[in-house]
Design a protein. Structure first.
Length: 182
């Protein structure tokens, strides 16, 4: 450090840089630790879960958020018993109600064959994508209605992450509920 190299100009504060740094720290933290620290923010939003569920939620959220106060915004669906959304949202672009219904029925049948231990994000992604390719179903026409059925949202975590958060039983129930809307 040398005082002769210090400038008279004011320091520049960058909120973008601060958020980037916060995101980088968030990505490196353990989900269990983040869940414990984010618990008051979940509770403030009326989202309640046990430590294990909150840790699973934070494992998904930590890649997307910069501050703990944002926790639960993208994964609120994991705390809700039923979802309220327009059935039109289930139909992907260039698709129809009949096609969405067909894809959801097939996806539900496939997912019900899997074991509960297979409901981890990476395993689900590998299995579902292979099944879609094997049956020539098309990723968009299958994954879009599945994601909406599981989350009730247009913008949300992937269907693989959503199914992993919900588990086998709740995933099946959400798909059944979506089929009733079509």
């Amino acid at each position: 450090f040398d005082l002769s190299k210090v400038n008279k100009g004011g320091a520049v504060f960058s909120m973008d840089k601060l958020n980037w740094l916060a995101r980088e720290h968030m990505k490196q933290a353990k989900p269990e630790e983040l869940a414990e620290r984010a618990k008051p923010f979940f509770e403030k939003k009326g989202l309640r879960g046990d430590a294990k569920q909150l840790a699973r939620v934070m494992a998904v959220e930590q890649q997307r958020i910069a501050t703990l106060s944002e926790a639960g915004e993208e994964t609120q669906f994991a705390f809700e018993e039923t979802l309220d959304y327009n059935a039109k949202l289930l139909v992907a672009k260039k698709s129809s109600n009949a096609e969405a219904k067909d894809r959801l029925e097939k996806a539900r049948a496939f997912l019900e064959k899997l074991k509960e231990k297979d409901f981890e994000t990476a395993a689900l992604e590998k299995e579902l994508l292979a099944w879609i390719k094997e049956n020539n179903l098309g990723n968009g026409q299958t994954l879009w209605p599945l994601r909406v059925a599981l989350t009730g949202r247009e913008k949300s975590p992937s269907p693989f992450e959503a199914a992993a958060l919900l588990g086998k039983e709740r995933t099946s129930a959400r798909i059944k509920e979506a089929l009733g809307k079509l």
